[in-house]
Design a protein. Structure first.
Length: 93
């Protein structure tokens, strides 16, 4: 297993339930593919240095996980298709 960090920037206008739903989907997808999800660090709302998709704020979340590459590829695909996600980045530590 490899150590990964997934940074997700969500739309700042989302309700807490919608944010929790996106994070639950991502962590559940990781765990069903055999990964171990560590800390889910919610940074909260932050202002962007420049507009991204006509938005000036985003809700930042960082997920630490120990996973195999296919599990991370599945999460990367799901986050790329989610309408609530403005940007995401998967980093192998």
């Amino acid at each position: 297993m490899r150590h990964y960090e997934v940074m997700v920037i969500l739309d700042a206008g989302l309700e807490e339930d919608a944010i929790r739903g996106v994070l639950d989907r991502a962590t559940q997808l990781l765990t069903t593919n055999g990964a171990t999800v560590g800390k889910v660090d919610r940074w909260g709302k932050r202002r962007f240095a420049y507009e991204v998709r006509h938005r000036s704020e985003g809700y930042y979340v960082v997920i630490d996980a120990m996973a195999e590459p296919p599990a991370v590829a599945a999460v990367d695909r799901v986050l790329g298709l989610a309408d609530e996600v403005i940007r995401h980045k998967v980093i192998r530590l």
